[in-house]
Design a protein around this ligand. Structure first.
Ligand code: DX5
Ligand code: ZN
Length: 224
């Protein structure tokens, strides 16, 4: 399995965002996780398409846009134009989930569906064949620096089971990404549960040496 580390720039220094993006990529980041919050779907307000466009020259890896906004559809073309490679959204925030997935694809991006800790996996029943990514929240969305919720581990196992079963039929690869409270000391058990893509915000940007921290995270993963 290929593992990916996706630093969340929510915990970066916003005054030096371009440099921060460059530094984590030099340190070995596979994706740049870009958290979009609207003070409506979640109780916090962050960054939008102009900032995505602003970091684009520094981002030599795909920008992984995590939309925590409601509604979602209006802004999707703007993010695609601003350089997003992946766009993920929460099913509760879209009135027409199938339409939103199609819209993301029409704009040339990979599409992901995001599950809050208490959101049932039923939303995968009629969507998995169209998704490129399943993003499991291991904290309630809205803030960086929260504690990993361990009850998400069996949920990761169940998603891995469904994704592998579907891949046997379709041959399509669907990434299983985990977001919230991922650290050097728990990334191994999250990987063992079946995740292949790991978002880490405070665990990376809260340290001085991003290269070393990303290498430490990777050292806890099975050999690739
Ligand atoms: C939370 C965000 C996360 C957050 C993760 O709502 O979606 O991406 O930045 O931060 P850490 O890794 O600090 O939990
Ligand atoms: Zn996120």
């Amino acid at each position: 399995m290929k593992f990916r580390i996706a630093p969340s720039i929510l915990s970066a220094d916003f005054g030096r965002l371009g440099e921060e993006v460059k530094a984590v990529i030099e340190g070995g980041a596979d994706l740049i996780h870009f958290d979009v919050m609207d003070n409506h779907y979640v109780p916090n307000l962050t960054i939008g398409p102009p900032v995505c466009e602003g970091i684009r020259p520094y981002a030599s890896v795909p920008i992984d846009v995590h939309l925590m906004i409601k509604p979602v559809d209006r802004i999707i073309p703007d993010f695609a134009k601003a350089g997003a490679g992946i766009i993920s959204f929460h099913p509760e925030a879209s009135d027409h989930i199938d339409r939103t997935i199609a819209l993301i694809h029409e704009h040339g991006c990979k599409a992901g569906l995001v599950f809050n800790p208490a959101t049932p996996l039923d939303y995968l029943d009629y969507t998995l064949d169209k998704l490129d990514l399943v993003l499991l929240m291991s904290v309630n969305p809205g803030f960086g620096g929260q504690k990993f919720i361990p009850s998400v581990l069996p949920k990761i196992r169940e998603v891995r089971r469904r994704v592998d079963a579907a891949a046997k039929i379709t041959g399509r690869e669907v990434w299983v990404e985990v977001d919230g409270g991922v650290k050097v000391d728990n990334i191994a058990e999250i990987a063992a549960a079946g995740a292949d893509t790991f978002v880490a915000g405070s665990a990376i940007f809260g340290t001085n040496d991003y290269s070393k921290t990303i290498a430490d995270l990777r050292s806890r993963l099975p050999a690739q």
